[in-house]
Write a protein that binds this ligand. Structure first.
Ligand code: ADP
Ligand code: ZN
Length: 721
C-alpha cells in the first residue's frame, strides 16, 4: 500500500504530497513518523492508494504509526484542503488547526491509572491481619478502587493481597475532566411562545443558516439547548461556539446540568492534559457536544446535527494568526458537508450578517421580548460636558453617584464599565507636550498604580515611572485619562464600605482567571464590579440593577469603519447585564457627545433604527458589506529588509491592480497607523475593492517567503492600527 503524506513542516517548499510505502494498519487521517531528508519527520496521511507514480524501489517506508485511530476524520481532511486553498497557506498549517497543540508537541499523553478489585478467590488470611480483612471488606463494598488509594488506606496489606491472588489489578486509561464539580441540577424551562416559534423555525426552514436576533435576556440559550437535544436524539453530534470570555461557570453548569458527560469543553483556560482528554472524548465519540471558543469549530466529531455560533457579532471569531480564517466560513462548510443547520445568535447582529438575513440568504427569527416580559433597563444619557462645566472632575456624573448610592443601600450589585485598563491612559509632559512611548512599539504608555510602573499594552513591556520628561527634562508630568485602577480608587473614596472587584487583562491572568472573579461577583462577595469589555459579555447576575458606562465615546472614535457598530453592540451588551431578575434595572450612559445617533439608538434599544442608519452610511461611504477592505501587512524587525519585501509585494499587487483596475476603489501602500509593535516595523498595502474582486490573486502574493519578514492578508480587518 502507498500512503500520501503531508509533512508537518509549515513551509511552502515541502507543501506537497510525498508517497511512502505502508502496511494495512495505516489509514487516512493518521499521523505517521517518516524518513524525511536525513532525519525523521511527522506527517499526516491524506490518502491510501494502491500505486504510486514513482517506482516502488524509490519509495521509503513509513517508520511508525502515531495514532491507533485517525486523528483527523475524512470531513476534516477535506476541510483542511479547502482552508489551504482559500487562504493560500501550507497544508501543514491548516491540518494543525484540527489537533490540540499539545498533541503535536508531544508534551501530554494519555493518563493511566491502576485499579484494584477482588479476584473472587479468597486465600486463607492469618488471624490478626486486620488491615487485610479491612481491605477486602472495603473492596466488597466499593467493587473497585484506585490502587494508589488502597495503598494509602491499607499500606502493605495491599501488596500481600496482590501477592496471594486475592486482589487483581488492571491498568486503564482515565480522562482528566475539567470543571467536574461544576454543573448543578437539571434546570429545564418550559419554552415560551417566542422560544417555541424560534425552535420550530430552525427545525422546518430549508435554509442552512438561521439568525436568531433576540434581545439580551430573551432566552436564546434555551433555544440552543433544545435544538442540541434534538440533534442528540437523532443520534447526532453538535458544536456550540461562544466567545472565549462567555465560557463562564454559568454556561458550563447549564450545559453540564442538561447534557452531563456528553459535553466536552475546549478552551484555553484548561490545562494541556484536560484539553487533550476533552478532545479525545469527542474523537472517540464518548462526548457528543463540543463547546468552546472559535477553535472548537475544528472539533473532531462526525455526523454533526447542529452548529451554533452564539454572540455571532463578536470579534474573537476571526483568527489572528495564519490561516486567518473566519469561524462562520468554516462552520458553514461543516454545516453543508453534514447537511445540518447553522444557528447564529445575537442581540446585536453584525451589520453584515443582518443584511444577509434581511435579503433572504439566512432565515431570520426575532425575539424582541425578555423572558417574563421583564422590561429592558432604562438608559439615562448623561452629558458629561455639563458635568465638567459644573466643576465635577471625577469620572462619575452626579446622576451615576446618586443611583450607585441607592443601589448599594438596597443591597443590590452594580457594574461599572470603561474601556481602559490601568490607572491613566497617557503620560504627558506639560512643559513640552511629549507623550511617553514604548521603546518597542509606537504606542503611548499607561500608568499602573498598583505596580507603580508604566506599561505598554501592546507588548507588555514595563518601565519605571518618570520623575522628569525624557525629552525636555521638565518635571510637570501629567497623567491623563481614566483607567480601571483609578476608577476603583475613586469608588473606594466615595463608598468606603462597598466591596469592589476589578476585571481586566491585569486581573484575569492565569488559569480560570475570569472564572474566579465572575464567581466571586456571582457569589455576592462584592458589590461593584469594575471592568473593561470583559464585563460586557453574556453574564447573568440576577442582583445587578445598575450599570454605569463611563466612556461610551472611546470606541466611537476608533479608526475602524465598524466603530459605530462596535459601540452600539458594546452599549447594548453592557446595558443588558442590568435588571435580569426581579428588580427593574437601570443604566447610566455617560458621554461627551449626547447627540450621537449611535448612542441614541443604543439608549432606545433600537436595533432596526441603528441598522437602517448604519447601512445607509456604509453604502454612501462605500464600506463593507458593500465592498471588501483588504490589507496586506508586511512586518519585520529590520527596517531595510521589511522595506525591500514591501517593494516586492507592492509590485506584484500593483500588477493585479493594473489588470483589474475597475474592481478597486482604493489602492495604496503606507506605514500602518502604529509604525512599530513589539520591535517590528509595520507597513501595509491597503485596498478597497468590490466584493467579487481578485482576492485569490492577492493571497497568492503572500505565498512567497521573505527572509525575516512576515507578509499576510487581512480581510475587513477589525483593527486597522
Ligand atoms: P439570552 O441568552 O437571550 O441573553 P438567557 O438564555 O440567558 O438569555 O435567558 C435569560 C434568563 O431567562 C435566564 O436566567 C434563563 O434561565 C431564563 N429563562 C430562559 N428561558 C426561560 C423559560 N422558558 N422560562 C423561564 N425562564 C427562562
Ligand atoms: Zn511595547
Amino acid at each position: 500500500m502507498i500512503a500520501e503524506v503531508i509533512i508537518d513542516i509549515a513551509h511552502s517548499e515541502v507543501d506537497k504530497i510525498f508517497d511512502y510505502l505502508c502496511g494495512d494498519d495505516v489509514a487516512a487521517g493518521m499521523r505517521v513518523a517518516v524518513p524525511f531528508g536525513r532525519s525523521t519527520a511527522t506527517g499526516f496521511v491524506m490518502r491510501i492508494k494502491e500505486e504510486s507514480d514513482f517506482p516502488p524501489e524509490k519509495l521509503k517506508k513509513i517508520y511508525r504509526v502515531e495514532d491507533e485511530l485517525p486523528a483527523i476524520n475524512r470531513e476534516c481532511l477535506l476541510l483542511a484542503q479547502k482552508i489551504s486553498a482559500r487562504y493560500r497557506c501550507p497544508m501543514a498549517l491548516s491540518l494543525r488547526l484540527f489537533l490540540p497543540a499539545e498533541m503535536r508537541t508531544g508534551k501530554v499523553g494519555k493518563t493511566y491509572r491502576e485499579f484494584a478489585r477482588l479476584s473472587g478467590e479468597l486465600p486463607p488470611i492469618k488471624a490478626g491481619a486486620r488491615a487485610q480483612m479491612a481491605c477486602i471488606q472495603y473492596l466488597e463494598e466499593q467493587g473497585e478502587a484506585p490502587l494508589s488509594e488502597l495503598r494509602r488506606m491499607f499500606s502493605s496489606a495491599v501488596n500481600t493481597l496482590i501477592a496471594n491472588g486475592a486482589i487483581v489489578t488492571e491498568k486503564r486509561r482515565v480522562m482528566r475532566k475539567p470543571y467536574e464539580t461544576v454543573g448543578g441540577g437539571e434546570e429545564k424551562h418550559i419554552l415560551t411562545a417566542g422560544q417555541t416559534r424560534a425552535v420550530g423555525t430552525v427545525r422546518t426552514t430549508d435554509k442552512t443558516v438561521t439568525l436568531l436576533h433576540g434581545v439580551t435576556g430573551s432566552g436564546k440559550t434555551e433555544v440552543y439547548l433544545t435544538l442540541i437535544a434534538d440533534a442528540l436524539r437523532a443520534g447526532k453530534t453538535a458544536i456550540f461556539l461562544v466567545p472565549e470570555i462567555s465560557l463562564t461557570p454559568q454556561m458550563f453548569s447549564k450545559l453540564r446540568g442538561r447534557f452531563r458527560e456528553k459535553v466536552a469543553i475546549l478552551h484555553s483556560g484548561l490545562s494541556a492534559g484536560e484539553r487533550f482528554d476533552e478532545w479525545e472524548r469527542l474523537r472517540l465519540g464518548e462526548a457528543k457536544i463540543a463547546v468552546g471558543a472559535r477553535s472548537a469549530v475544528f472539533a473532531p466529531i462526525e455526523n454533526i446535527g447542529l452548529i451554533v455560533i452564539d454572540e455571532e457579532h463578536d470579534g474573537s471569531y476571526s483568527s489572528e494568526s495564519s490561516p486567518r480564517y473566519n469561524t462562520f466560513d468554516i462552520a458553514y462548510l461543516r454545516a453543508k458537508y453534514n447537511g445540518c443547520k447553522l444557528v447564529l445568535g445575537s442581540a446585536t447582529p453584525s451589520v453584515e450578517t443582518y443584511r444577509r438575513a434581511k435579503e433572504g440568504e439566512f432565515e431570520l427569527i426575532s425575539m424582541p421580548d425578555r423572558i417574563n416580559a421583564r422590561p429592558l433597563p432604562k438608559v439615562l444619557l448623561v452629558d458629561m460636558r455639563r458635568e465638567v462645566r459644573r466643576g465635577n472632575a471625577t469620572p462619575f456624573s452626579l446622576a451615576l453617584r446618586e443611583k450607585l448610592k441607592t443601589c448599594l443601600e438596597k443591597g443590590n450589585q452594580a457594574i461599572i464599565f470603561l474601556n481602559r485598563r490601568g490607572y491613566s491612559q497617557t503620560v504627558m509632559c506639560r512643559d513640552c507636550g511629549n507623550v511617553v512611548k514604548c521603546r518597542n512599539c509606537d504606542v503611548a504608555l499607561t500608568y499602573h498604580s498598583e505596580e507603580d510602573c508604566l506599561k505598554c499594552h501592546y507588548c507588555g513591556a514595563r518601565y519605571k515611572p518618570l520623575s522628569a520628561c525624557p525629552a525636555c527634562g521638565g518635571t510637570h508630568i501629567h497623567y491623563m485619562g481614566t483607567g480601571t485602577q483609578r476608577v476603583v480608587g475613586e469608588l473606594k473614596k466615595l463608598y468606603p464600605s462597598a466591596k469592589i472587584l476589578r476585571m481586566d487583562v491585569d486581573t484575569t491572568s492565569g488559569k480560570e482567571g475570569h472564572y474566579k472573579i465572575l464567581k466571586q461577583f456571582a457569589d455576592r462577595e462584592a458589590d461593584i464590579l469594575v471592568g473593561t469589555q470583559m464585563v460586557a459579555k453574556g453574564h447573568d447576575f440576577p442582583s445587578v440593577t445598575l450599570v454605569g458606562i463611563l466612556d461610551a465615546d472611546m470606541s466611537l472614535h476608533f479608526p475602524d469603519y465598524r466603530s459605530g457598530e462596535r459601540t452600539f453592540q458594546l452599549v447594548t451588551q453592557v446595558a443588558g447585564r442590568s435588571g435580569r431578575a426581579g428588580e427593574e434595572g437601570e443604566v447610566v450612559l455617560q458621554t461627551y457627545d449626547p447627540e450621537n445617533y449611535i448612542l441614541r439608538f443604543a439608549a432606545e434599544y433600537d436595533y432596526e433604527g441603528f441598522y437602517a442608519h448604519e447601512i445607509g452610511v456604509r453604502g454612501a461611504m462605500m464600506y463593507p458589506p458593500f465592498v471588501k477592505i483588504v490589507r496586506v501587512m508586511v512586518t519585520g524587525e529590520d527596517e531595510q529588509e521589511t522595506l525591500s519585501a514591501l517593494r516586492s509585494v507592492y509590485e506584484k499587487l500593483q500588477e493585479i491592480y493594473a489588470a483589474h483596475e475597475e474592481d478597486f476603489l482604493f489602492f495604496n501602500r503606507m506605514h500602518s497607523p502604529i509604525k512599530r509593535i513589539q520591535n517590528k516595523f509595520r507597513y501595509q498595502v491597503l485596498m478597497r475593492m468590490v466584493t467579487s474582486g481578485p482576492l485569490e490573486e492577492i493571497y497568492a502574493v503572500t505565498e512567497e517567503k521573505y527572509k525575516n519578514v512576515l507578509v499576510y492578508v487581512e480581510e475587513n480587518p477589525s483593527n486597522l492600527s
